[in-house]
Design a protein. Structure first.
Lengths: 332, 332
């Protein structure tokens, strides 16, 4: 059996390129007591992983050249030296971009195929839970409020928008091009969509929500955050979920203007969060999201690439804004 | 009877100067039905008023050249055409910097001299209520946490520090000079005090709280906020109360670096507030603060200047950091 691995060959100097990765063939690792051997079926491509590649500390850790690219995956147990799992079980774990990995049994979460498996990496995975806790807990939405989402076509954003509609909010997506704008409004039920690449971005955003913004769910940071900040209503909330605009560069832009003055005058709450802090509530949230999917109240998009070897290109493309929904690689 | 008024003669181009004000003599205004004539006894000098003098919109409104400088005062009713007040009553109202003003009865709040009257402009006034709601409601403190306060010797800051000590927090003040630092630690019970003017400010702050900051109560903004932000602990809270560093200038400095990245990674909440939103809870809060004063649990400092004509110099000096506690002018 071959164990293909996608290795970080070099850290990117500016923008990430396919050439920063290479594919190697490795041994199948031996499994010790309390461990399992996992065969990867599906892995995620997540924008957040880019932050780690800056070599700086981040919640995602700091990957180094020469190691397997980290990622969450759905795996089938190939061999088990743990009482918790038997061959054939399905688990979620940090498989990385490779065919086989050994895992501590305690680091694997068993799942059953009670719904399209891809959802376990999307709406039921870290992305979906991030959207769920960020919007409902940090955003604290009320029906009728105006919600603006940056990177709205992304894995987190496209779900936040759908949660917001379900809650009865007016929902506006900010994304990078006309195609994604039309997907947001036509397919996903957003009320409006605005491209941040438009010359008239500031004016278009104002046009989309002349009443101002109650909740800004921000995945982007930088200038997009700066623009939205100036349109916040009194007692508005900015959910700081990520800063994609600052990841794929070694020259991050400055912080938005008006801090803290605007926060004071408009009584704005700006709050960062990490989904991992809500771990005890995951199961309950997953059940609620599953229910929404089954009732067709939300339509989570899984954007699937076939073949492990395509992971680097899928990642580079994701960082330049090529995806809608959660990008997933079918490995085996 | 003379009615001296301190008028805004010109808006400051850079730093505010005494010459931006002039003193004139005006008529005593006639009082109509539902109004009262107030004789000013005491008025406040408040840093927040400077924001309005930038000509830009702020919660304090936008004063213009040629009008009486706005301020909260304690007044004695001279004449009343309202059933709510009789001659001799004491009220708090927006008297401005002048001997006499007419007020709508509905805009006056009656007080009785149940405690040193100055406290009604200090610990029981807007400053004290700002400290109280900002610290307890926005800061959400727990005993044992580390609280850092900027402009810690100021009217709000010196009370926040005392509330924090009372709550069982480790309390560190940031202020502008050695004299104020020693007042904070020796007189007001702060655990540590650091001057932001020190060359080693960053290092000194770190030394004062190697464990990091749970609550940063910020009255200053700019570089001081930027420095504190990098010392915040996970799940820390930044109470955005004001931005003094940005008031007395027409070239405000940039926003602090690390937003939103740091907010996300450390799950920091940064929240602005205005005390006016808590108006329904004022009475209850005043009773609690009065109790603290009577029990000598806190020691609010009132920094008193005698004579209305000294208001401009007292204000200019306040903006350059000359005061400890609440600055009050004895008018009549």
């Amino acid at each position: 059996m071959e164990n293909r691995q996608v290795i970080i060959d070099s850290l990117p100097e500016k923008r990430l390129m396919r050439e920063n990765f290479k594919i190697v063939s490795a041994e199948i690792p031996p499994v010790n007591e309390g461990e399992v051997l996992c065969r990867t079926k599906l892995v995620t491509i997540a924008a957040g992983s880019r932050a780690g590649l800056q070599g700086s500390a981040s919640y995602a850790g700091a990957p180094q050249a020469g190691v397997v690219m980290n990622a969450t995956g759905i795996c089938e147990i190939e061999a088990s030296k743990s009482e918790s799992f038997k061959k054939g079980d399905l688990v979620i774990c940090q498989s990385g971009w490779q065919d086989y990995s050994k895992q501590k049994a305690s680091q694997c979460k068993k799942i059953i195929e009670d719904i399209d498996l891809h959802h376990y990496l999307g709406a039921l995975g870290t992305n979906g839970l991030t959207a769920y806790f960020g919007f409902f807990q940090i955003g604290d939405p009320e029906p009728g409020e105006t919600v603006v989402i940056s990177a709205a076509a992304g894995s987190v954003g496209h779900l936040v928008g759908q949660f917001a509609k379900l809650k009865g909010c007016k929902t506006i997506g900010i994304t990078g091009d006309a195609l994604k704008c039309s997907q947001l409004t036509n397919r996903l039920g957003f009320d409006k969509a605005v491209s941040y690449r438009s010359q008239q971005f500031r004016g278009k955003l104002k046009e989309a929500c002349p009443e101002g913004i109650n909740i800004f769910f921000d995945n982007v940071g930088g200038d997009v955050l700066g623009t939205a900040l100036f349109r916040m209503k009194e007692h508005g909330r900015i959910v700081c979920c990520g800063a994609i605009s600052q990841y794929d560069t070694n020259e991050p832009s400055g912080s938005p203007r008006g801090i803290p003055g605007l926060l004071v005058n408009k009584r704005i709450r700006m709050e960062g969060f990490l989904v991992f802090d809500y771990e005890k509530e995951y199961s309950q949230a997953r059940e609620k999201i599953k229910e929404m999917i089954r009732k067709s109240e939300i339509d989570p998009i899984n954007d699937i690439f076939n073949g492990l070897e395509r992971a680097p290109e899928a990642f580079v493309d994701l960082l330049s804004g090529g995806n809608i929904g959660t990008r997933i690689i079918t490995v085996n």
